[in-house]
Design a protein around this ligand. Structure first.
Ligand SMILES: Cc1cc2nc3c(=O)[nH]c(=O)nc-3n(C[C@H](O)[C@H](O)[C@H](O)COP(=O)(O)O)c2cc1C
Length: 205
């Protein structure tokens, strides 16, 4: 069982990473492998809506997005974590997620998703909402914790003092582990839910 974590922060002593590290401790205790990728310093361009991925099965820009795609396909769960920039997820991460979710043809249904945000003061829940949208459109069950998963901190490492935030991260990781394990059992016993061919109606009259 494997979890892939994506951290949008460009900072070496990232507060967002403090939150992810707290989750890692729980996953380790649960016997779940984790790979964490920090993308904040990468140059990640936005989607140009060329539609090339529909033919190629991957993004036409062969960069970190395609590297992460291969890891995402193998993962049972995905944690997406972002520093809050102007009450939103940071731009690099948003560009990466737009292209990652749009360009990958593999089935993401029943991979468990969890969103985490980190801010000095404001915008945590707006960012959390924003990140959850990627899971919602992909049939991915969303793991939740005991609050809207987020930690506070501004200076490098300051989030270590946010004891409530860190507890949220541990709860979130335990709940996510439970969901992933339960889904694995459910898949064996009942099979995945039936999927209909996708209908796409651009206009409703
Ligand atoms: C461009 C930019 C915009 C920011 N906007 C917000 C904001 O809207 N709300 C907030 O509380 N903090 C804001 N911050 C502060 C960061 O969220 C905060 O420093 C956080 O610890 C960064 O996480 P990191 O250490 O993982 O990079 C902003 C920081 C930057 C660089």
């Amino acid at each position: 069982m494997k979890v892939l974590m994506i951290n949008g922060s460009p900072r070496p002593e990232s507060n967002t990473q403090v939150a992810l590290d707290e989750m890692c401790g729980v996953f380790e205790a649960e016997g779940i492998d984790v790979e964490c990728i920090a993308v904040g310093k990468e140059v990640v361009r936005g989607c140009i809506a060329c539609g090339g991925c529909a033919k190629l099965g991957k993004c036409v820009f062969d960069d970190i997005v395609n590297e992460i795609a291969a890891k995402f396909e193998q993962a049972d769960g995905l944690v997406v974590a972002s520093p809050v920039y102007y009450a939103s997820a940071n731009g690099t991460l948003v560009s990466l997620l737009d292209r990652l979710f749009f360009s990958t043809p593999f089935d993401k249904a029943m991979k468990v998703g969890a969103a985490v945000s980190c801010a000095r003061r404001g915008g945590l829940t707006a960012t959390w909402d924003e990140l959850n949208k990627y899971f919602g459109i992909a049939g991915m069950p969303i793991a939740t914790g005991q609050y809207w998963n987020g930690v506070h901190g501004r200076l490098p490492g300051e989030a270590e003092q946010d004891l409530e935030g860190l507890q949220q991260m541990r709860t979130l990781a335990r709940n996510m582990a439970f969901l992933m394990k339960s889904i694995a059992i459910g898949r064996e016993q009942f099979g995945l839910p039936e999927r209909e061919e996708s209908q796409m109606t651009n206009f409703v009259r």
